[in-house]
Design a protein around this ligand. Structure first.
Ligand code: SF4
Ligand code: SF4
Length: 118
């Protein structure tokens, strides 16, 4: 089955309760409108450090999207129906390295959403 990301969007669902989702590098933090960027709080930095986790320079913010909870603030449309990334040609490195249609990461996300592609 051929998968089309513009009919999916599960990669852009924020599987987190944090204000930020898509990780940004130091250089990327200043590329986007500041109102769309979440900079890690001191508490988040401290917690990541204690957990031995890498803390990115910033994150794209999220917005509510029932029934998914929250999605990246740059996502337009409806997940699993029709979606579009508002900054696709300028999307962050993290998005460029995320799942490709049909790879293991993609299939894991789609299985978790109850989809059977095979
Ligand atoms: S890579 Fe897979 S899970 Fe991600 S948006 Fe595309 S089809 Fe959906
Ligand atoms: S920037 Fe675009 S591709 Fe990346 S998570 Fe947000 S909507 Fe998805």
């Amino acid at each position: 089955m051929e998968l089309n990301c513009t009919e999916c969007g599960l990669c852009c669902v924020a599987h987190t309760s944090s204000e930020g989702y898509c990780a940004l590098t130091e250089g990327e933090v200043t590329q986007y409108d500041p109102s769309l960027v979440h900079l890690p709080t001191k508490k988040e930095v401290r917690e990541a450090s204690l957990a031995g986790e890498y803390m990115p320079a910033g994150f794209l913010r999220t917005k509510p999207a029932a029934p998914w909870g929250r999605v990246c603030c740059m996502l337009e449309g409806t997940v699993l129906v029709s979606v579009r990334c508002r900054i696709y040609s300028m999307r962050p490195t993290a998005c460029r390295r995320a799942a490709e249609p049909g790879d293991e990461g993609c299939r894991r996300l789609r299985r978790a959403a109850g989809l059977v592609d095979d």
